[in-house]
Each structure stands twice: as structure tokens, then as C-alpha cells.
Design a protein around this ligand. Structure first.
Ligand code: PLP
Length: 634
């Protein structure tokens, strides 16, 4: 369905089916048997009342497909495996998942489970992330890496060192030089032999949307001078053999393989130098940056696309590392990557509902005509306005639409001016607006100027698409049904928050509106839209603007035995009003008591409302703490 470029960004997981709905192919389209799940069947299952076999939930909700996650992990591993074998590379690939991309327990647990056969590990960037990574990795491969990145204090380093006592394959990666002394001191104190890595600040600059922190002046990593000082100090302490990993990360969503090669080649030289200086180097961790194609353009010039495939990415890294190491006669290192976005984005779809729409169009009715024809109305506007009205009527008689529009524009300007001065009624203003809309319609304005409808959706952009608001990141958003009918209007999506930023003003391809189906008077019924490829970062960075919490989450798996071909494996309800209040330190139980006392003070207990009124009233209020913060369909 070219209108929304599904063929570009959706492959191999999403497509439009003959019923005009989005289908999900959890094993990728080439896999046999290809079992499609109709997303509208999922919507019905989630929103149908429990009495009808549904889950009785409201939108917005997130649907997760762990099978897609598994397919992503396997595809990443197999891309590297193929590159390793086709190049004759002398070591293997074992990736880690950076939990910051989405720390949801079930996602991380799944990654550990699915990745166990190929030693997949985790990356943490804080103490809390390290705790969850340690817990999840208890069920993982004993060889999986546990990479500790980020700024560290004594507690973080102690925890990382203790995790080695628990036989985790933990590597403390120095983000700052100061961390070295802490590691030396604490490892002696705790009697642990640490394994450490260095995050290098590469000179290679990432030119894309997320590249601003790369390069020599970038925020992260250690300079050449700092690396040399660390190597020197480790040598003095007899700990140079603890240095085993080199890490770099030039930013997310790297646009081209040329940039991938450039950074890998620079890092490989540093790796070889560390070997020369006596470190026991084993692993090169190429960080994140493996991008995905959000707009389906496959263009290196788009901020939200990349011009390479997984296979090309893996081949570039393997080929580049191999060529540098061979030139320097250095043993090929184990390759790790911290690919977050490319791993978790696809398996999550956010589904939300448009509950109303409106346009700025004004209607021209018989009443408008009557108002305009009242002599003194036009007189009250002054001579120029009257002349414009007369010219408009004359031009209409000659069928000159362009001239009509010109005079209608001027008439509208006079009218607005006069209204601001207090000289007109709202009915008169509306009549001129209606006339103007009618004339512009007849003049057949180009579609870019045609009225764009506002679609209000039951969603908070701040909570569910924070990176659109914060960084301008664009995601594919489209209706998930009615795709067998061409949309007839263009719309702009606005959310529930009372904030003007709660609006999606740009869509993939740089469009300022989205083709949508009309809501009013159509057989459309409920109108559901989906935001795709949002599994990474959006939930981890969400905000509580206006106290709309995270959506409900539903996890699904294909099930050939069920009529719709899927089964719900887990349901995770989003926070209620009470949960949200509690998260901000309000106390729902005390609040209910306060309402009760207030009702008593107002004499509701045994006053004119009767003895049980206070209970009824406060009981009724208590119910709202359990309610869904978003709009509930009635
Ligand atoms: N590793 C580090 C150190 C990061 O800062 C990030 C995020 O930018 C990642 C890995 C994940 O990157 P991506 O999601 O592009 O794979």
C-alpha cells in the first residue's frame, strides 16, 4: 500500500491483506509456513468485552510479538555468522542487548532466552540496569558478556565486581579515566580479578541525526592520551592482562556502511595498538548504531532511514576488522555489538484510536446567505468591503474563480478587523467565513492548501512517542484497517494532552499531514491507527504529561490451533489513575478518607441526603482511582 510506504519499512513483518487490514508475519515473510495475524483480529480480541471472549481493554495498547524479536536476534546472528564464514574470519560474533532501549522485564528475559544458543549477552548503563541484567542473565549462556557502560561510582563498580564473583562474564568498560582508580582499589578490597574494557572516543564523525556526540569533541569515551595513561597505570599495577575489550559507539542509526567501515577501521587500529602495548585483548565491541528504515526510503540522506541491510552491516564490520588485523598480524578478536534499535523496534506496535475529527472549514448555509443580504451588514463593514462583495458577486457571475477568491480573501480580512473592533456579531463573522470556504472550495485550491482535518486521538504523544516530541524522530503511523478504501482527507494527529506540542506535525517522507479516512457519517465505526517500529527507546523515555501513563501491553504468539491464528500469552495492564497518583507520591487511600470527612462535614452522613449518602458518594469517588486515565469508550 504505497500511500504509507508499508512495502518499504514494513518488510518482512507487516503488509496490507486483501481485507484491507494490516497483517503481521511474525517469522518474516520468507519463512515457511508463513502465518499471518490480522491486526484487527488482535484489536477485537483486546477490546471486546470479557463476556464475549475479549480482554475488555481500551486503547491505547501496545501489542508485542516475541516471535518477531526472536527473528530479529536470529537474523542479526546469522548475518554475522555468514560474514564470518564467507570472509574466513578467525573468531565469532556474540552480541549484547543494551537494556536502555527497552528495559521491560519480559523483553529482556526473552532476549536472554532466544539468544542463549549463541551466547547473547546484555549491556547495562547504570546500577539499576546492571541489577536487572544480572538477574535476567542467570538464565542465559554462561559465556554471555555483561558489559557495564556509562558513568560509574564506587557502588556501580562494586556491584559489577561482585557480579564476577557470581560467575557473570562482566566487563567494566571505562567511560572516564577516574573509574580506573576505583576499579583498582575496589577489586583489591573485594578480592576480585576484574575484566576491564576501554570506550574509545573515535575521531570518526557520525553525520546522521544521532551523531552530534561523536567525533573528537564528543561527549563520550576516552581520548588517545587518556587511553595511554590507563594502559600505563594498569601496567604499573600488574593488571594489564585485565584489559580485554575495546568498545566504541559513534551514535545510533548510522546512515551508511562507509561510516560503519570508517569507525570500525579506526577502532581496529586502536585495538591492535592495545595488543602491541601488552593488553590481553579479546573482544572488540562495536557499540550500537545499526540502523533501521523507518520511512521506507532506504536513503542515507533521510534522518530515519539507512541505506544498508543487516547482512551488509555485518559484512562491513567483519571485513574491516579482518583487513586491519591481518595487516598488523593480530589475532582476530571476538566481535560484539550493542545493537538495540535494530533488535527490539519491530516487535512492538502501538495501537490507538481517533475519537473525533474536525476541519477548519466553515459551512455556508441559507442562514449565512440571509445574513449577508441584510443591507446594513455590508454597509457596516465600510465602502471597501462592500466593493469587494460586489466584485465577488460579479466575478462569480462570470465564472472567474480566481477573482472570486481574491475578493473573498479581502472581504474576510475586513470582516475580521471589524469584529475585533466590536462592530460585528458572531453570526455575521460566521457567515463571511462560510462564504469564504465556499469560494475557496469552488476555486479548487491545490490539495496542499485544502483544509487539513484535525484527528484527535486517545493517546499522549509525550508518553508514547516521546522521541517525536524530544528529537523530531519520525515513525511510520497509519490506519490499520479500511486500507481497501482510498483515504479521502488529509489529517493531522493531535493527542489528549492540553499542550500544543501534543501534535504530530510531520510524518515520514516529510509530509505535514497524513492521508486518512473520514470519521463522520461513514461506516468506518471505530478508527484505529498504529505506530510501528517503536519498540526501542519510546517506552524507556516516556513522560507523565497530564498524568497519562503507559498503555496496556498485550503479548501474542502465533497459534495454528486458534481460529485467528494467535493466542495472548500475557496481559500487562497500564497504570490506573491511582497508580499514577501513587507514582507521584499522592496517597489514594488518604485521599478517599479526606473526601469522606469532607462529605461528613457537609452533613451528608445524616443530613438532607440521608444516612448512607456519604458512603455512597465517597465509595463512588474511590472507584475513580481504579479507572483508566485515557478516554473510555461508552
Ligand atoms: N551502546 C551505547 C553505548 C549507546 O549509547 C547506545 C545508544 O545510543 C547503544 C549501544 C544502542 O544503540 P542502537 O540503538 O543504535 O543500537
Amino acid at each position: 500500500y504505497t500511500l504509507y510506504r508499508v512495502d518499504g519499512w514494513g518488510k518482512p513483518y507487516f503488509a496490507v491483506n486483501p481485507a484491507g487490514n494490516i497483517s503481521v508475519r511474525t517469522h518474516g515473510q520468507d519463512t515457511f509456513p508463513s502465518q499471518d495475524i490480522d491486526l484487527m483480529d488482535v484489536v477485537n480480541k483486546v477490546t471486546d468485552p470479557i463476556s464475549d471472549g475479549g480482554l475488555g481493554l481500551c486503547a491505547p495498547f501496545i501489542v508485542r510479538f516475541p516471535e518477531i524479536l526472536k527473528h530479529r536476534l536470529e537474523s542479526l546472528q546469522s548475518a554475522f555468522n555468514s560474514a564470518v564464514s564467507s570472509h574466513g574470519y578467525g573468531a565469532h560474533y556474540q552480541g549484547v542487548y543494551p537494556v536502555k532501549c527497552n528495559q521491560d522485564r519480559f523483553i529482556v528475559e526473552d532476549i536472554v532466552k532466544f539468544g542463549k544458543p549463541f551466547r547473547f549477552g546484555l549491556e547495562a548503563g547504570s546500577k539499576a540496569e546492571l541489577l536487572l541484567a544480572m538477574h535476567c542473565l542467570c538464565k542465559g549462556s554462561p559465556d554471555a558478556l555483561l558489559v557495564c557502560n556509562g558513568f560509574k561510582d564506587a557502588e556501580y563498580i562494586s556491584l559489577a565486581l561482585l557480579s564476577r564473583k557470581l560467575a557473570f562474564n562482566t566487563v567494566v568498560v571505562f567511560e572516564q579515566e577516574e573509574e580506573l582508580n576505583l576499579v583498582i582499589e575496589l577489586s583489591k578490597k573485594l578480592n576480585v580479578r576484574p575484566v576491564v574494557g576501554i570506550r574509545a572516543k573515535l575521531r570518526t564523525m557520525h553525520s546522521g541525526h544521532y551523531g552530534s556526540t561523536s567525533g573528537e569533541k564528543g561527549k563520550f569515551g576516552l581520548t588517545t592520551t587518556q587511553i595511554l595513561r590507563i594502559v600505563g597505570k594498569l601496567g604499573q599495577e600488574g593488571m594489564l592482562n585485565c584489559l580485554q575489550l575495546l568498545h566504541f559507539h559513534i551514535g545510533s542509526q548510522i546512515p551508511t556502511t562507509a561510516l560503519v567501515a570508517d569507525s570500525a577501521s579506526e577502532a581496529a587500529q586502536i585495538y591492535c595498538e592495545l595488543v602491541r602495548l601488552g593488553a590481553s585483548m579479546q573482544v572488540i565491541d562495536v557499540g550500537g548504531g545499526l540502523g533501521i528504515d523507518y520511512d521506507g526510503s532506504k536513503s542515507p540522506h533521510s534522518d530515519v532511514s539507512v541505506s544498508y541491510t543487516l547482512e551488509e552491516y555485518a559484512a562491513t564490520i567483519v571485513g574491516t576488522l579482518m583487513s586491519v588485523c591481518d595487516q598488523r598480524s593480530i589475532k582476530h578478536p571476538v566481535i560484539s555489538s550493542e545493537s538495540g534499535r535494530a533488535t527490539v523496534s519491530h516487535h512492538t506496535i502501538l495501537i490507538f484510536e481517533a475519537f473525533s475529527s474536525s476541519s477548519n472549514e466553515h459551512s455556508y448555509s441559507a442562514m449565512s446567505a440571509r445574513i449577508l443580504n441584510i443591507e446594513n451588514f455590508l454597509d457596516s463593514l465600510g465602502g471597501e468591503a462592500r466593493a469587494d462583495y460586489k466584485s465577488l458577486v460579479a466575478a462569480a457571475g462570470r465564472g472567474e474563480n480566481g477573482a472570486c477568491l481574491h475578493h473573498a480573501d479581502r472581504l474576510k480580512q475586513h470582516t475580521v478587523r471589524r469584529f475585533k473592533q466590536g462592530g460585528l456579531t458572531m453570526e455575521q463573522l460566521a457567515a463571511v467565513d462560510g462564504l469564504h470556504s465556499m469560494v475557496s472550495g469552488a476555486a479548487g485550491q491545490p490539495s496542499s492548501q485544502a483544509p487539513v482535518h484535525t484527528y484527535r486521538v486517545n493517546l499522549s504523544i509525550f508518553t508514547s512517542i516521546p522521541n517525536y516530541w524530544g528529537t523530531g524522530h519520525l515513525f511510520p503511523i497509519m490506519p490499520i484497517h479500511h486500507l481497501d478504501h482510498r483515504p479521502t482527507v488529509r489529517g493531522v494527529i493531535t493527542d489528549l494532552t492540553c499542550d500544543s506540542d501534543g501534535k504530530l506535525a510531520t510524518y515520514i517522507g516529510g509530509e505535514s499531514s497524513l492521508p486518512l479516512h473520514e470519521l463522520d457519517g461513514k461506516k468506518c465505526g471505530r478508527y484505529y491507527l498504529g505506530m510501528f517500529l517503536g519498540g526501542a527507546y519510546e517506552e524507556a523515555q516516556d513522560g507523565l504529561h497530564n498524568m497519562f501513563g503507559g498503555p496496556n501491553v498485550v503479548r501474542l504468539e502465533t497459534d495454528a490451533g486458534s481460529p485467528q491464528g494467535f493466542m495472548v500469552t500475557r496481559l500487562l495492564p497500564g497504570p490506573s489513575c491511582g497508580d499514577l497518583l501513587r507514582s507521584l507520591r499522592h496517597e489514594p487511600e488518604c485521599m478517599v478518607e479526606t473526601f469522606k470527612s469532607r462529605a461528613k462535614e457537609l452533613g451528608m452522613e445524616n443530613g438532607e441526603l440521608g444516612g448512607s449518602a456519604a458512603e455512597t458518594l465517597t465509595g463512588g469517588l474511590a472507584r475513580f482511582f481504579a479507572s483508566w486515565p485515557y478516554l473510555v469508550a461508552t
